[in-house]
Design a protein around this ligand. Structure first.
Ligand code: CA
Length: 249
């Protein structure tokens, strides 16, 4: 990704964003940040837990397909697979029970680690006075509860939008629009950080400058096609490039 390190590439990405979003400038006051696969290296465990739960239910899935559903709420993922396997939506009771089972399997797996580079990314945003808001499709408290410990001071209490706060999860822009409303900013005053195609799609549709970071098996091109304004090959490289990006803004 040497090309992306080029300041010209950053300038071009900003120009493209301004054309697509219809804003004459970008002046970030808030960063809207996804959790799984962005702040935590947790997607492998999520995929394992989903795959185990669905296999026990008798629904054929592949482990890798869950990387593509990343960002959807648990209910949306369960319904998608129910429609495929049983030609119907799950009942509310089934959703509750199955999502609970998946959550139990997730917590039984070895603890996940913070994503390398995530702390540096958050520190840089803090140094620029950019408010950090967590935006996650997850309703799992196990990781949300670790944030204050793993990233001390990075998020003010209440600066988060979770699955409980939205009626339409990613790829719908609602989670990001709610986060902007929470932070009191317009789309041109926000940046989105995401690792998954559906999350990038939600960020781009919200009108914010959307940064994709590839941290798992989903290829760079999938994030480009989902509408990412800029894509980095790792969170470490993203964190290293943020000062130049903010200069260019
Ligand atoms: Ca994610």
């Amino acid at each position: 990704m040497t090309m992306l390190k080029d300041d010209d590439m950053i300038t071009a990405a900003i120009s493209r964003y301004q054309r697509r979003a219809g804003f004459s400038r970008v002046a970030p006051r808030a960063a809207l940040i996804d959790m799984d696969g962005t702040l935590y290296d947790s997607m492998g465990n999520h995929a394992d837990a989903w795959h185990r739960m669905m296999t026990e239910l008798g629904v054929a899935t592949t482990r890798d397909e869950f990387f593509l559903y990343e960002g959807m709420t648990g209910a949306a993922t369960i319904n998608l697979l129910f429609r495929r396997a049983f030609d119907r939506d799950a009942t509310a009771g089934e959703v509750g029970e199955l999502y609970h089972r998946k959550t139990v399997y997730f917590t039984e797996l070895p603890a996940v680690n913070p994503m390398p580079g995530a702390a540096e990314m958050l520190d840089f945003l803090a140094s620029e006075g950019v408010r950090r808001v967590l935006v996650t499709g997850s309703g799992q408290s196990s990781l949300i509860g670790r944030l204050a410990e793993d990233f001390p001071g990075a998020f003010n209490p209440g600066d988060m939008i979770t699955a409980r706060d939205v009626t339409r999860g990613k790829p719908h822009p609602e989670p990001y629009l709610k986060a902007m409303s929470l932070a009191g900013v317009e789309p041109w005053q926000a940046i989105v950080l995401e690792n998954a195609p559906l999350g990038v799609e939600a960020g781009a549709a919200s009108g914010a400058f959307t940064i994709g970071v590839t941290t798992g098996p989903v290829p760079r091109q999938a994030l480009v096609e989902a509408g990412a304004d800029l894509v980095f090959p790792s969170m470490t490289e993203c964190a290293a490039a943020l000062p130049r990006l903010f200069n260019a803004f």
